[in-house]
Design a protein around this ligand. Structure first.
Ligand SMILES: Cc1cc2nc3c(=O)[nH]c(=O)nc-3n(C[C@H](O)[C@H](O)[C@H](O)COP(=O)(O)OP(=O)(O)OC[C@H]3O[C@@H](n4cnc5c(N)ncnc54)[C@H](O)[C@@H]3O)c2cc1C
Length: 454
């Protein structure tokens, strides 16, 4: 759809028919509405539909010609900018942030544009918690559909494992439910193959009780990086499900670089305290902030560390262990890092997340592993290419030590090969679901090895 007048006609049709808002490039609010977490990828949609409900989504999908690309925006935190399609229509769910808790059933009904803190705050009012990630502003649905690593991997599993049911608007505009009873194959696919099947307007998510929590950060000097990571490698296979340790190499307490171990103990504080001391003994701590916390407080620990609007590019690798060779590569990467804003983050996949059969969900990779995120960050475009080169260099060095699989939610569009490793033998069934619900290939989420018209 090249001509502007076609877009104007579409915009006025939608303005008349949806409860939400339609925003075009000439509108004053366009730039702020189009802005994403990372300023680096600059895909520009031709129209943004800020939908209010599933019926709005249906109207948009039925009004937009099939040849016009559509994309889905939750909270805009995908680093590759997949919330927009170049020259397409963005279905923006950011106004749909409602969360309803059913305390008796221990479930949350979460609208498709809710943030992690919307869910954690609402669940916390009932003494309950959900499997989420580490940064409060990230979208629950985007994180959950694509897997969902975080401090509750050991106790609650992947965020995707907690999906009980979903309301999905399919490519043809039909509004459907995916649950164990209805469209079970779609539910299976939604658990880990994010964004490829339709617009998820709400998710029912299982919640759990949390008997207590210790959370905080233990900082070590980067001069101890190799020693602490190697000691951590020995500790990790012995830690209980309730202990999550996430190493990061980033700005430390004095602003200079540091090795930061984010520690979460999900359980009784007295039982967790000896484990926290064990982590502190991995080296000579510069600082330790680990103490009693609520899940909501823990979720705000990284506030301000990765603010929206900077230029970000991510690379990722999954490893079986933090071997001395891996520690050496990370130490070398730290020596080469020239932007104080760039960082390395590591998640530990263990416990409950590994005790799920490989065919329970589209997500098949259930072996214990570590997921390394290399984050190239600069305040603006200047110097960003240099940081990307830094991240690429680090990734090239990690690759020979890494699994063939990597976290699809953080892979670049088109990196189907490494994503396939996560779906394993489930790929055939996954592609069958895609063919069934989206034969025209309207939705392209994280890479699953299949794109476009089928
Ligand atoms: C600062 C930061 C911290 C992060 N921390 C973690 C973490 O701890 N653990 C982790 O696992 N991941 C983490 N991520 C990755 C994050 O989970 C993914 O990038 C996720 O896709 C973001 O969702 P969003 O709604 O914010 O992003 P968006 O850019 O709005 O959405 C990304 C894509 O997800 C799909 N999607 C989103 N909402 C819907 C919907 N309602 N229906 C259908 N498809 C949808 C679409 O394909 C969409 O294009 C982090 C990312 C950032 C930037």
């Amino acid at each position: 759809m090249q001509e502007r007048r076609h877009w104007d006609t579409l915009a006025s049709t939608l303005t008349r028919s949806i409860e939400g808002r339609v925003i075009q490039p000439a509108d004053e609010s366009f730039e702020s509405s189009a802005a994403l977490w990372s300023a680096h990828p600059t895909r520009r949609p031709a129209l943004i539909a800020q939908v209010a409900n599933a019926a709005d989504v249906r109207r948009v999908l039925r009004s937009v010609p099939l040849e016009v690309p559509v994309s889905v925006r939750g909270r805009g935190h995908d680093w590759a900018g997949r919330a927009h399609a170049e020259g397409g229509v963005t279905l923006d769910l950011s106004r749909m942030r409602g969360v309803q808790i059913d305390a008796d059933a221990r479930t949350a009904r979460v609208q498709g544009g809710a943030r992690l803190d919307d869910l954690i705050d609402a669940a916390g009012e009932h003494g309950l918690v959900a499997a989420v990630g580490t940064v409060n502003e990230v979208g629950v649905t985007g994180l959950t559909l694509g897997g969902g690593y975080g401090p509750y991997l050991g106790t609650l599993g992947l965020a995707a494992d907690a999906i009980v049911s979903a309301e999905v608007v399919l490519a043809d505009g039909s509004i459907t439910t995916a649950s164990a009873e209805e469209n079970a194959d779609l539910l299976w696919a939604l658990r880990g193959a994010g964004g490829n099947f339709g617009v998820v307007t709400s998710l029912d998510i299982a919640l759990a009780e949390l008997p207590g929590m210790l959370a905080g950060v233990i900082a070590f000097s980067t001069t101890e990086l190799r020693q602490v990571l190697t000691a951590l490698d020995r500790l990790l296979p012995t830690v209980p499900d309730r202990l999550a340790i996430s190493p990061a190499i980033a700005g430390g307490p004095d602003g200079g670089p540091a090795l930061l171990l984010a520690v979460h103990w999900s359980g009784d504080a007295d039982e967790g305290a000896p484990w926290v001391r064990e982590v502190e003994r991995l080296g000579t701590p510069l600082m330790s902030t680990v103490g009693p916390a609520t899940p909501a407080q823990a979720l705000h620990a990284l506030d301000g560390m990765f603010p929206a609007g900077r230029h970000y590019t991510l690379r990722t690798a999954s490893l079986t262990r933090l071997t001395p060779a891996v520690a050496e590569v990370l130490a070398d990467g730290e020596r080469r890092r020239t932007s104080p804003l760039s960082a390395v983050n590591i998640h530990h996949f263990h416990g409950a997340a590994t005790r799920v059969s490989a065919d329970h969900s589209a997500w098949a990779l259930r072996e214990p592993h570590l997921m390394v995120e290399v984050i190239a960050a600069t305040t603006d475009a200047e110097g960003h290419d240099e940081q990307i080169a830094w991240a690429d260099h680090l990734l090239d060095a990690l690759r020979p030590l890494a699994l063939s699989a990597a976290y699809p939610n953080l892979l670049a569009p088109g990196d189907d090969e490494r994503a396939a490793g996560v779906y394993g033998d489930n790929l055939t069934r996954l592609h069958a679901v895609k063919r069934d619900v989206d034969p025209a290939g309207r939705f392209s989420g994280i890479p699953i090895g299949i794109r476009g018209r089928l």
